[in-house]
Design a protein around this ligand. Structure first.
Ligand SMILES: C[S@@+](CC[C@H](N)C(=O)[O-])C[C@H]1O[C@@H](n2cnc3c(N)ncnc32)[C@H](O)[C@@H]1O
Length: 498
């Protein structure tokens, strides 16, 4: 490291690969590392004997940033270099590169600055000792992982005509690689109740939000800015505030909140996905076998799971209830009906219909938490039980909403066979699932198949397969309707036994 220079003086001590300046005019020692690109220019300038009049600052906050790779110490120590004078001198000394040969590069200095790099200096010449030479003349652009942005020369060659032009920059692929950060940022913002705080008190500055969520200011600010980039928050002069999307779906209250789904994904699915490689190698059964050894779910986990299911069901229930005209049925049994969200939509839609929600005892125990005050109806009842073991309630319509995809074929057959033997001829079966399409999934809409692989033994199925399963278990006239983007609904009629 260079010894400290005289305050206010520009005193480089050595002509190593890097040029260090000590500027201690006002505050503690400050070191500036100049970018290698400017180093040669600076030495030439210094060697010319021209006095550097007022050292200690060189407009680093503006164009001077192009000279600087990083600053250690007080950034303000550095501000004030006579940049215009300096640039004029540089122009006198050198014929500067043409504008089209320059490209802008963002350096993560303090604060971040755009600098210009002269591609013809960077690539190929081997004049930059710090870059080494791999024989391919790649230089800095490749070293910083940015090479594919360099403009290609004519005839599909690079700017020097020495090789093949790089492929188009794979921005989409890089976004995909980065995508996990987006979902984790959303989960953490939910977990820290950022959206709740802003729903009540927003807009707020980062420091105030940090105080309310008991987190560091620098960490909070970065998280908030990522949420802005994700379209979950807006940044205004008065601070950060929720977008409508966050207000409705990411705050923990509200009828259509998906806050618990985000929490369930964070606390449960996120860790399961770390085993994805294993699940792909070994298959669902092996992955599920290990998971099955986990201890029984706590009340907290059960409630979180129920809230997660409830949030999704609240958004889809009406579409499922109205996918077909079900007015001919007077009693329905929603198997695995969880919090009763679909049952409520059905009773609202069909005034004659009574619905029994059948679910595991540990779920039924908590259903009262999900019954909105003043909207309870005696047309909905809850019954605890295991649909693989216990007698199924009597009904003329059996509903399986988001149940079958969770189970392997043998369990699906077992369940359908139990429903079929309980259902009277002329009775119905309503199955709500996301039907696997023949054509490959549209870009951006991920099938749930990997999700199911890491956490269940089940799988998604196509319409022919569902239809075949229902027909094999005595249901005929299987019809399909769509219930929004996320669910399809099939309705079949119990045939009379032959
Ligand atoms: C994926 S959730 C679907 C919830 C709801 N039907 C919906 O569409 O939102 C599966 C439900 O099935 C219930 N379930 C799982 N195994 C069950 C069993 N053996 N007997 C009864 N219910 C069961 C779960 O407790 C859970 O409520």
């Amino acid at each position: 490291m260079c010894p400290a220079g005289r305050a206010g003086a520009f005193q480089p001590q050595s002509q190593d690969a890097q040029l260090d300046l000590e500027v201690s005019e006002f505050h503690e020692e400050t070191t500036v590392k100049f970018s290698e690109l400017s180093e040669e220019l600076l030495w030439e300038y210094i060697d010319s004997g021209e006095p550097m009049d007022k050292a200690g600052g060189y407009g680093i906050q503006a164009l001077g940033g192009m000279l600087v790779e990083h600053v250690r110490g007080d950034f303000l120590n550095v501000v004030g270099f006579p940049l215009n004078h300096f640039c004029k001198k540089l122009v006198e000394l050198y014929s500067l590169p043409r504008r089209e040969d320059l490209r802008r590069v963002k350096h993560d200095s303090i604060p971040p600055v755009d600098t210009f790099e002269n591609l013809s200096d960077v690539e190929g010449s081997g004049s930059d000792p710090a870059q080494g030479d791999d024989g391919g003349g790649h230089g800095r652009a490749e070293a910083d992982g940015d090479r594919t942005q360099a403009p290609a020369g004519p005839q599909g060659t690079d700017s020097h005509g020495t090789g093949e032009s790089p492929p188009p920059f794979p921005a989409g692929l890089l976004e995909l690689i980065d995508g996990f950060k987006a979902s984790k940022a959303l989960f953490v913002a939910c977990k820290l109740n950022v959206f709740d705080v802003l729903k009540v008190d927003g807009p707020l500055k980062a420091v105030d939000i940090a105080g309310k969520i008991d987190a560091s200011v620098c960490g909070t600010e970065r998280l908030l800015d990522v949420c802005v980039a994700l379209g979950l928050l807006e940044k205004t002069d008065r601070g950060y505030r929720n977008t409508e999307l966050a207000d409705v779906h990411l705050a923990s209250d509200g009828e259509y909140s998906l806050h618990s789904l985000a929490m369930h994904s964070n606390d449960h699915f996120w860790s399961l996905f770390t085993d994805l490689e294993l699940a792909v190698r070994e298959g669902a059964s092996a992955a599920f076998g290990r998971k099955a050894e986990e201890p029984v779910q706590s009340k907290h986990k059960t409630l979180q799971f129920m809230r997660a299911m409830h949030g999704f069901a609240m958004l889809t229930a009406r579409q499922v209830a109205t996918a077909f005209d079900l007015s001919q049925f007077t009693s329905a049994c929603d198997l695995g009906g969880c919090t009763g969200a679909l049952a409520r939509a059905l009773t609202q839609e069909y005034p004659r219909l009574k619905v029994t929600v059948f679910d595991l005892p540990e779920v039924i125990e908590h259903v009262t938490c999900f019954q909105p005050e003043g909207r309870r109806t005696d047309r909905i009842s809850f019954m605890p039980g295991d649909f693989f073991k216990d007698d199924l309630p009597e009904a003329d319509l059996y509903i399986l909403s988001r149940i079958l995809h969770e189970w392997p074929d043998d369990k699906v057959c077992e369940l359908l066979s139990r429903v079929s033997s309980r259902c009277k001829p002329g009775g119905g079966i309503l199955v709500a699932e996301k039907i696997l399409e023949d054509k490959p999934a549209a870009r951006g809409s991920l099938p749930a198949s990997l999700n199911l692989l890491v956490r269940t033994q089940g799988r998604e199925r196509g319409l022919p397969e569902y239809r075949g399963l229902l027909e094999r278990h005595g249901f005929r006239d299987v019809r399909l309707a769509h219930a929004g983007d996320r669910l399809d609904v099939m309705l079949g009629t119990r045939a009379s036994p032959p």
